[in-house]
Design a protein around this ligand. Structure first.
Ligand SMILES: N=C(N)NCCCC[C@H](N)C(=O)O
Ligand SMILES: O=C(O)CCC(=O)C(=O)O
Ligand SMILES: [Fe+2]
Length: 455
């Protein structure tokens, strides 16, 4: 990649592992690779930032020659010429920062900033890209049962990031989520095993109106805006006691239908769903704080008895030698928004297919990041937030020949919740014409489910 992007220029690669740097140089003789020693720890982040602020006029000046600098945030042991070149592009994609003793990216980020600002050769810009978008929500999870969680600095950092992500993108990746990696990956593996079975086997748990729309649907059976989606799926919903929500609940009444094969599929999924429910409730506490409310805003009558939906999905590959049915087009799932509060998506590690529409109307890929959930906001949270947060349009486009699986967990409000903007949000979007009508979640869901299939 570096070679094709860089025409007659030079590329320097920096890594904290001396052996890796040497190996990299061997692989790419046109690149110079150097090793570097990071001296920070992510656990010191607060001190480091306040030192930098105190020293902004002295050691940690934004424009300076780092070779002679004592700023703790700067890297000063790289080869001299690295500081002298007017770089066009700097990419920061390391080192790791996901545990307390990890170095974190504060040194490369600070250094890149100084190099960009300290150019000698006129006005040309240096572009700095920082790859660091995964939200580690573990500080929030650690304090989620503490009513004073908002006062914890780790929690308030997560809340700030959630607010920014929900406002700007409507989508974010979550790590540090506490779902064991083995289970996280196992649900995808067993999903793959299920869809690999012959149709006769899968159709034993067929979805019909009589099953409360629970069970297996073949490729093309789900419809989005009139177009059949090129996916097969098992749909599951929280089970409702008969008559629980009167006529409204009737459509969704029924028992989930679990396959016999793979064995223990039901047990695995129920364990997974329970963990997702806890996780989503806790992320919603963070989002409640982000909206300026109490952490428990989405409990009680709103989502204290949360309804949930789980879709276990398989997408045939493009040339589909690996699937029983040929896809007739490449739309795995047409553009839609999700219906409830928050979606936790566990997608296959090595295939990019999910796309999200940004505020300028462009479709942006949301590639898999192993071990993380992709989260997005649903229609009910858009209403609660009075439109401060958008329920983002997304779709799945098939371009890989490989069969792709994903497991989407949807955390919703109470089935009978009457949803309207929170008071704290009405205040925040004052003067804006946008105002949302009240919606009853169960009505919204039933309306969607009844148009998702033609029976
Ligand atoms: N429960 C949720 N969110 N399901 C999302 C499925 C989106 C596709 C569906 N055919 C539609 O048109 O909505
Ligand atoms: O499979 C995916 O990546 C997304 C699925 C999805 O958006 C949905 O089922 O609502
Ligand atoms: Fe979706």
């Amino acid at each position: 990649m570096y070679e094709s992007l860089n025409h007659n220029g030079r590329t320097v690669f920096i890594d904290e592992n001396r052996y890796y740097a040497a190996y990299y140089e061997q692989l790419h003789p046109e690149i110079d690779a150097y090793d570097v020693q990071y001296t920070t720890k992510t656990s010191e982040i607060k001190d480091l930032i306040s030192t930098a602020r105190d020293q902004i006029k002295n050691e940690c000046r934004p424009v300076q020659n780092l070779l002679f600098s004592d700023c703790k945030l700067g890297l000063n042991d790289l080869p001299n010429h690295v500081y002298e070149i007017d770089w066009d592009v700097i990419i920061v994609d390391g080192p790791r920062g996901d545990w307390a003793d990890a170095p974190g990216r504060i040194q490369p980020i600070f250094t890149a900033g100084v190099l960009a600002r300290s150019k000698k050769g006129g006005n040309a810009k240096t572009h700095v890209f920082v790859h660091d978008f995964r939200k580690d929500i573990s500080p929030l999870l650690a304090k989620c049962d503490d009513p004073k969680m908002a006062e914890d600095p780790g929690v308030s950092e997560v809340v700030k990031q959630l607010n920014q992500a929900c406002k700007e993108a409507g989508f974010f990746y979550v790590k540090g989520h506490g779902v064991p990696q083995s289970l996280f990956n196992q649900v995808k593996e067993q999903t793959r095993n299920f869809f690999h079975l012959p149709y006769e086997e899968k159709v034993k748990i067929k979805l019909t109106p009589a099953t409360g729309y629970r069970g297996y649907q073949r490729i093309g059976e789900n419809i989005t805006k009139g177009v059949p989606d090129m996916h097969e799926a098992i749909d599951c919903y929280r089970e409702l006691k008969p008559g629980a929500y009167g006529d409204l609940g009737k459509v969704m009444e029924g028992c989930n239908q679990w396959p016999q094969d793979p064995p223990k599929f039901k047990d695995m999924m129920e364990e997974y769903i329970n963990l997702c429910t806890d996780l989503a409730r806790n992320i919603m506490r963070g989002i409640a704080l982000a909206l300026g409310g109490s952490p428990y805003e989405f409990e009680g009558d709103r989502a204290g008895d949360a309804f949930w939906v789980t879709r276990i999905i398989g997408y045939p590959g493009k040339s589909s030698e690996n699937s029983q049915e040929k896809p007739t087009h490449d739309i795995g799932c047409g553009a839609h928004t999700d219906y409830g509060l928050l979606t936790l998506l566990n997608q296959d590690d090595d295939i990019t297919a999910l796309q999200v529409r940004n505020r300028s109307g462009e479709w942006i890929s949301a590639p898999p990041v192993p071990g993380t959930f992709v989260c997005n906001i649903g229609d009910m949270l858009k209403i609660y937030s009075n439109g401060l947060y958008e329920s983002t349009l997304h779709r799945v486009i098939i371009s890989s020949p490989k069969y792709r699986v994903s497991v989407a967990y949807f955390y919703e409000t109470n089935f009978d919740a009457a949803v309207e903007p929170l008071d704290v949000c009405k205040v925040r979007v004052i003067g804006e014409a946008k105002k949302f009508d009240r919606a009853v979640y169960g009505e919204h869901l039933v309306k969607k489910v009844l148009t998702n299939f033609v029976y």
